[in-house]
Design a protein around this ligand. Sequence first.
Ligand SMILES: [Fe+2]
Length: 151
Amino acid sequence: MTIPNAKYPAQQAELLQNCVAATIDLALNMKQLHWNIRGPKFKSIHEFLDIIIDHARLATDEMAERMATLGQPAIGQRGSLPESSLASLPDEFVTDERVIALGTSALEQTIATLRDAREKLADLDAVTEDLVIGMLADLEKDLWMLSSHAM
Ligand SMILES: [Fe+2]
């Protein structure tokens, strides 16, 4: 199977693989915060973090499947991925205000990775670029909503 007129599949896959790794890291970090949040904003943030995780996992899946569609294998195993570039989180309970700060920072970093890929994809393939734009719309809305929990 080949996509008619599709160009630069290897270059596209390299950019998408960075995004796959970034969204896997984001989902893992958000789960860590989801489990260990403490404070008066527990319920709303605990539940909202699961929405972000759903978006991150959907993005991982969509981008990995786009790689496969382009004839390029996707890498998603923990042992095969580069070390996360997100700040490591405390292995303990975290106050709700700190969760907002840590979660916002992780989202900002992930969005920066996807925006960088989007910019480069603009010169390679409009369909792949459009896919990443859709994922960015979800994550950027999540950034607004999570950061709006802060006092
Ligand atoms: Fe849960």
